[in-house]
Ligand binder design. Structure first.
Ligand code: RB5
Length: 150
């Protein structure tokens, strides 16, 4: 699986750790930056990753900032993106099964490194359930984003 990953300065250390811990023959990360702890603007990274996912270049993306909130707000502005902020394993699994989320956001200042890696593993390893009720709900969200209403 090829995964787009990005962070601002507040998520840089966790981004590096996730790449180090999880890169392997079956998981390749494409790093959209940032590349240091120098201050930068999280929307720039969020839009680059989210647009690459929306174009279908990557099945999934991961975005990390201090809280995960700014990245989530920005990524969800890109049509076709379903970004989910998860700081527990239950949510990471549920958002894949129910929401078919294609971007995971994390807050480096909120969650410890061990739990963060477990959240990423769970989120990457869980498939969308495909249940009709979940498809119907996602279709309503998609329709709203395209037509502005249901
Ligand atoms: C940067 O200080 C911080 O605001 C950012 O990383 C993020 O938490 C925004 O939501």
């Amino acid at each position: 699986m090829r995964v787009a990953i990005g962070s601002d300065h507040g998520g840089f250390q966790l981004k590096e750790l996730i790449k180090k811990e999880l890169s392997g023959p079956e998981l390749e990360f494409m790093d959209f930056g940032t590349h240091s702890t120098d201050s930068c603007d999280y929307p720039d990274i969020a839009f680059a990753v989210a647009e690459a996912v929306a174009r279908g270049e990557f099945a999934r993306g991961i975005l990390i900032c201090g809280t995960g909130i700014g990245m989530c707000i920005a990524a969800n502005k890109v049509p076709g993106v379903r970004a989910a902020l998860c700081h527990d394993v239950f949510s990471a699994r549920a958002t894949r099964e129910h929401n078919d989320s294609n971007i995971l956001t994390l807050g480096e200042r909120v969650v410890g490194p061990g739990l963060a890696v477990m959240i990423v593993q769970t989120w990457l390893g869980t498939a969308f359930s495909g249940d009709e009720r979940h498809k119907r709900r996602l279709a309503k969200i998609e329709r709203y984003s395209v037509e502005g209403g249901n």
